[in-house]
Design a protein around this ligand. Structure first.
Ligand SMILES: Nc1ncnc2c1ncn2[C@@H]1O[C@H](COP(=O)(O)OP(=O)(O)OP(=O)(O)O)[C@@H](O)[C@H]1O
Ligand SMILES: [Mg+2]
Length: 289
């Protein structure tokens, strides 16, 4: 079925995944972490999504649900539309001239383009990018930036938000005595966790991560992968990754994209061990892309 778009549910009946082409001990251990239930309700959903950059159609008829309190990974070769889809979820594409979106994107069942104010959408759906991009100011001011923009002025309230956000981003212990230091003076891995803290400070419901670890060393990457596993108890996470093992280790659900189409989506174990479409099988086995 070469052109089928498959959105599968539940993984319950499948044997544990065995696809671990380059797995090392630690990766394999973390891989076995308990996954969230497959029948979680959708936090966000995309139906019949077509996206055009002027005449070029970058996304074609995408149907996909992002289960609440789960991690969904978007995978596929360069240029297939992963970042485009991620950015359409919090309307970052509104800023791109000539970009046109057709179809429906929902947050808690509400239309993200017609019913929800764009500022409120971006507060509820936060984003972390590939390159850590802290503002050139102190750690404290970075994290307090969003809450201040939303009108929170009281110092005690800000202190509490800053501490909680840094704790949630697993970087409080490293930063607590250095809150006044310039954020640009930290390592890439620390800066990226600071950016996650900054995104969490406005209390989002969904966190979008676009190759958030690809610029980082393996230890920082492992820290962020562990962190994502913890964040999903409070947030719904949608992540783009080129790292197959990362998708396997971290995500509950995986969607595979090719040339603007979603080829197949389902429980991560199923996508890696029993893909339905031969193109998915080739990609996850590293045969192209
Ligand atoms: N602002 C833009 N204007 C025109 N075309 C764009 C724009 N942004 C992306 N595209 C095109 O849309 C397609 C999808 O791009 P996108 O960045 O979503 O891919 P991707 O899957 O994230 O790739 P990568 O893995 O390299 O990050 C590509 O063909 C790209 O050239
Ligand atoms: Mg991209």
């Amino acid at each position: 079925m070469p052109n089928a778009t498959l959105e599968r549910t539940a993984s319950a009946g499948h044997a544990p995944a065995t696809y671990m082409p380059h797995a090392q001990g630690q990766a394999a251990d973390r891989r076995m972490k308990e996954k969230a239930p497959a029948d979680a309700p959708a936090k966000m959903g995309v139906r019949g999504l077509d996206l055009y950059y002027k005449d070029f159609q970058a996304l074609k008829g995408i149907n996909l649900e992002f289960p609440k309190n789960q991690v969904t990974a978007l995978i596929g070769p360069s240029g297939c539309g992963k970042s485009t889809l991620l950015k359409s979820l919090n309307r970052m594409n509104d800023l791109v001239e000539g970009c046109r979106v057709e179809g429906e994107i929902t947050l808690d069942g509400e239309d993200a383009y017609r019913s929800i104010d764009v500022n409120s959408l971006r507060r509820r759906v936060g984003m972390v990018f590939q390159q850590p991009n802290p503002f050139p100011m102190s750690v404290y001011d970075n994290v307090a930036f969003g809450p201040r923009t939303h009108g929170i002025k009281n110092r005690a309230d800000l202190d509490e938000i800053v501490e909680q956000s840094l704790r949630d981003a697993a970087i409080w212990d490293e930063m607590k005595d250095r809150l006044k230091k310039n954020a640009l003076g930290f390592s890439g891995g620390q800066q990226q966790r600071l950016c996650i803290a900054r995104a969490l400070a406005v209390r989002p419901e969904v966190l979008l991560m676009d190759e958030a670890t690809s610029a980082l060393d393996p230890i920082s990457t492992a820290k962020i992968e562990d962190l994502v596993g913890e964040l999903k108890s409070k947030y719904t996470v949608i992540m783009v990754t080129h790292n197959m093992l990362q998708a396997l280790r971290v995500s509950d659900k995986t969607a595979f994209f090719l040339l603007g189409e979603m080829v197949e989506a389902g429980a991560t174990d199923d996508i890696f061990t029993a893909p339905v479409d031969p193109r998915t099988a080739d990609y996850v086995a590293g045969r192209f892309g």
